[in-house]
Design a protein around this ligand. Sequence first.
Ligand code: SAM
Length: 244
Amino acid sequence: MPATPAWPPKSLPRLFVRAQLNEGVLIDLDSGQANYLGNVMRLGEGAELLTFDGATGEWLARIVAAGKKRMTLSIERRTREPEEVPDVWLAFAPVKRTQTDWLVEKATELGVAKLLPVKTQRTIAERVKLERLESITIEAAEQCGRTRLPTIEEPIPLAQLLRQSERTIYFADESGGERAASAFKPGPATLLTGPEGGFTDEERSAIRALPYAVPVSLGPRILRAETAALAALAAYMAVAGDWR
Ligand code: SAM
């Protein structure tokens, strides 16, 4: 006897909307979203989809009006409560644009709570465009089933990050540190990874001098900056996050 398929089926398209969702609310989509649902997903009046607003969870919605560039959804009922992700921030030195986009997409999928671009002495990246990075988190959240978006902060200097003493800073240091498996502990955590050129000795000693900084090794090989950021996040989730 085939198993009764879960309802709503996981295959329903998911859409992030910038409006407070609630039962019975009507949502007018912007032309980009209307085009996506109507012409890409080929959905019309009566079709169902999942929506989320980043705050109140996930909701089943039905298309009640559809035109060339406009579409109206009726919000029917909540299908999932807002997600609770571990309180883990990823403080990364931005790299080249494509790699930074990739890092942001994957970190969203991995469940990061906050993304914090950090300016270090050897950071050579172009200007970080928050709007573009936010649209990347939205697409990744729609695809991986998240109901909240990670927050993305304006880039800050390393010195400013190091003054945030209320959180443990797990410092990915290729020159050596504690093994990830024993280093990571549940609780407010900031994972810090460096730029392509690495941290300077001055930066490394300033970080290591902090009582709330824990140097962590991500294995015997020198990882690219974006790989190190995601390896640290995945290891944290496995050891101290919501993969346990
Ligand atoms: N400075 C290094 C060099 O050129 O020899 C490489 C820097 S590495 C490309 C970029 C960042 O990734 C480092 O600053 C560090 O934060 C992190 N990283 C890379 N491999 C690592 C490892 N095996 N253990 C811990 N962190 C690592």
